[in-house]
Design a protein around this ligand. Structure first.
Ligand SMILES: NC(=O)C[C@H](N)C(=O)O
Length: 599
């Protein structure tokens, strides 16, 4: 079996056979690379990989990987040799030294050609990043994008919108000083981004800089020369990397859907930023708003104000919105939100502008670019979308603070009687799922409980619901943004749990959401399929197939499930497997890429 069921009802992976020798050229049946996290690093350019030429900094091609190989904090060459890392993952792969709990993070670098100073980037580049992530999504646990700092906030914002139903971390980082110099911030930034992308299922586009992880669509570059170059004025960091890496799970944004990840690479380029200044002429505004302009972020004063004694300006704005240009009102201030507390703010609503809340201009611009490119929406729907919070880019709950766990007298009493803190009442979640009480789960969630947190063994409520086969609970958890990519302490995913306990409908739902086996689970699938084949367990074979296992994968002795069935004369199993496989070719198969990323 792929796992052994212990007395506590949990699935533990079978101990894997050790690699006897990796010196010959034949691929061992069991990869030595189990229990590793994999991160794809897309190197797009930026100062982090620049060198001086004629006294100016410019990106240097084909030098980054070589240089990292020589840095012991970013690469463990001995481990790489012992485990034939390059053979398994390709030449551009590296491995971090082991951390406290000795889980390795293997990362593969995909270097773009040409590498760009981020000032040279356009929306086409954003599309390319999105496509590369989409192609490699299932093969990696997380993604790091190395990028210049100058336009990093724009790219991070754009990617946050383009990546729909995101379930894995995508973290942008870079540096102020090239990694090739003695004193530089590149090493720390890359290391921190890798550690977060490889260890935590934060389903967001983040930006990591100077020990801090920010939500990508909340940041702005605030300093040309400080290592602390970014600020997120309206949202606290998602994580800080001090003595420990602390994730602020209450702030982490989750796509509350059961839809599969996809990247929308269509972007509209007819958008712009216009900053108001005292004395701006109507002619300037008119020229700016002319066709083909379709969306504008107007950067206004204070809490969203513009002169209400300038009829000429207001007329130009009104003419543009009447003719279908979407104009978003964002403040020039670094912190705070637009409101309608002043007459000078209300005139902009009358001119047809949409309030941008506390969005950064970078986020508002890239959101316009994304929303305007949606071909199946009419103008009204696009305007509505612009005023809604899509990815945590704006605060939507101005109505006041949420009720929190410690506010409930009931929770206080329970917590006290169990001698635990109110927060720890969240630990009741698995129990509630076990007894099938989705309503109680909802009540806990409403009080601010995080439904994605794992217990001591890293088992999340979704793991438990999948073991129990409680479809309603699984549905509810997914609708609340529970991650399908969580792995428990033994490396098991919720999907593997549902397969093991033969909950077909749960498997179907998980697959619809984009769940897939981990690499380790896929590696072990061959042996499991062979044993199911021998025992003639057609139902389980079907569930494994539904879950995306490769039915032709050989087991430990090199034979696959069909060959095993043939050799023991189980013709009905052979026929069944052949039928399953021909059905599968009609449906797109899930693949797993060993080795190099897909370009
Ligand atoms: N620090 C940097 O990365 C700045 C550089 N000009 C860039 O954005 O590519």
């Amino acid at each position: 079996s792929c796992g052994e069921l212990s007395s506590d009802g949990q699935l533990h992976p079978t101990r894997r056979r050790k690699l006897s020798s990796s010196l010959d050229n034949t691929e061992p049946l069991t990869s030595p690379h189990t229990a590793e996290a994999r991160v794809l690093v897309i190197n797009t350019g930026g100062t982090i990989g620049m060198t001086l030429h004629d006294n100016v900094l410019a990106p240097k091609a084909n030098a980054f990987v070589k240089s990292l190989r020589k840095l012991p904090i970013l690469h463990d060459e001995m481990y790489a040799q012992q485990t034939s890392l390059y053979h398994y993952y390709g030449e551009n792969s590296l491995v971090l030294p082991s951390n406290k709990d000795s889980k390795r993070i293997v990362y593969t670098i995909m270097e773009y050609n040409p590498l760009l100073d981020s000032s040279n980037m356009t929306t086409d580049d954003w599309g390319r990043f999105g496509k590369d992530i989409e192609k490699n999504y299932e093969s990696y646990d997380g993604f790091v994008i190395l990028h210049g700092t100058d336009t990093m906030a724009y790219t991070a914002s754009a990617l946050s919108f383009m990546c729909e139903h995101l379930g894995k971390p995508i973290i942008l980082t870079g540096s102020q000083v090239p990694i090739y110099e003695i004193r530089n911030d590149g090493r720390d930034n890359l290391l921190g981004a890798l550690l977060i992308a490889g260890q935590f299922v934060i389903p967001e586009v983040g930006l990591y800089f100077h020990h801090t992880l920010y939500r990508g669509n909340r940041v702005t570059k605030v300093d040309t020369a400080s290592f602390n170059a970014f600020s997120s004025p309206n949202l606290a960091p998602l994580a800080t990397a001090e003595v420990d890496i602390l994730i602020n799970w209450d702030t982490v944004w989750r796509a509350n859907t059961t839809a599969k990840f996809r990247v929308s690479t269509e972007l509209n380029r007819n958008v712009g930023l216009l900053r108001l200044f005292p004395g701006i002429t109507a002619a300037t505004v008119r020229a700016f708003l002319q066709a083909p302009m379709q969306g504008v972020v107007l950067e206004t004063y204070g809490s969203g104000n513009a002169p209400d004694n300038r009829k000429d300006l207001l007329e130009e704005l009104k003419k543009a919105t009447d003719s279908g240009v979407i104009i978003i009102n964002c403040t020039q201030c670094l912190r705070g939100t637009v409101s309608t507390s002043y007459a000078t703010g209300k005139v902009l609503i009358d001119a047809g502008l949409i309030a941008g809340g506390d969005m950064t201009p970078e986020a508002a611009l890239s959101k316009l670019s994304y929303v305007l490119a949606k071909k199946d929406l009419d103008l009204e729907a696009k305007k509505k979308m612009m005023s809604q919070n899509l990815r945590g880019e704006m605060r939507s709950d101005f109505a006041g603070a949420k009720l929190c766990l410690s506010d409930s007298r009931f929770i206080q009493i329970i917590a006290k009687s169990l001698s635990i803190s109110c927060k720890e009442v969240s630990a009741l979640q698995p129990f509630l799922i076990k007894i099938g009480d989705v309503e109680a789960l909802e009540a806990l969630k409403e009080m601010g409980s995080n439904l994605s947190l794992g217990d001591y063994d890293g088992r999340t409520p979704l793991h438990v619901a999948c073991c129990e086969g409680n479809l309603k609970a699984v549905q509810y958890l997914l609708s609340q943004g529970a991650t399908v990519y969580a792995k428990d302490r033994y490396g098991a995913t919720p999907l593997a749990n549902a397969v093991h306990f033969r909950h077909k409908e749960v498997v179907r739902l998980l697959r619809k959401t984009g769940a897939h086996f981990s690499r380790d689970e896929l590696d072990e699938a061959g042996t499991e399929l062979c044993s199911l084949s021998t025992s003639g367990d057609l139902e389980s074979l079907e569930i494994w197939s539904l879950a995306g296992a490769d039915l032709t994968k050989p087991g430990y002795d090199g034979q696959n499930a069909i060959q095993v069935a043939q050799s023991v004369g189980k013709n009905e199993v052979v026929a069944f497997l052949v039928r399953l496989m021909s059905n599968r070719t009609k449906v797109k198969q899930i693949g797993v890429a060993h080795g190099s990323p897909q370009l």
